[in-house]
Design a protein. Structure first.
Length: 149
């Protein structure tokens, strides 16, 4: 098992139990420090106190992972303009506003994620719900202004 998988295995049940979902986990090494960055999400939002609480609850578990010494842990929210980096994130952000740039277009499409099924994203736009094959998405980012329409 990779160190990244071990981090997820230790952290995910705790984070889920606290009412959050893991959006992304990054692991980097510098100056003999293992930098772990975990992005968490909740439909009700993620505040500074939430990040602090998650950090305090998972750090002792992460310190038990073999080969993971000198940990620097950072817990953050996705932010309002997060670049969507994986297909799994579309599921996490259902009912949230996004902007998409498709492979064959120069115009961004805005809307609200209604659902995902297999490789299809259902996006509610001003013109109705459109189906987009995720393979055709060049870039995507959260855009909370879409939720105000």
């Amino acid at each position: 098992m990779s160190v990244l998988s071990a981090i997820r295995e230790e952290a995910e049940p705790i984070i889920n139990g606290m009412g959050f979902k893991i959006v992304e986990i990054k692991l980097g090494l510098s100056h003999k420090l293992n930098h772990i960055s975990i992005v968490i999400y909740s439909k009700t939002g993620v505040g500074v106190n939430d990040c602090s609480s998650v950090s305090k609850n998972i750090l002792p578990r992460l310190e038990l992972i073999d080969g993971l010494d000198n940990i620097s842990l950072e817990i953050t929210s996705p932010g309002i303009n997060r670049q969507i980096k994986s297909k799994e994130e579309y599921n996490i952000f259902v009912e949230k506003g996004i902007k998409l740039l498709l492979n064959n277009s120069t115009d961004w499409i805005g809307g609200i994620i209604k659902e995902t099924r297999e490789n299809i994203l259902f996006l509610s736009t001003e013109k109705g719900i459109i189906e987009i094959n995720m393979e055709n998405i060049k870039k995507a980012k959260l855009d909370y202004s879409q939720e105000d329409r």
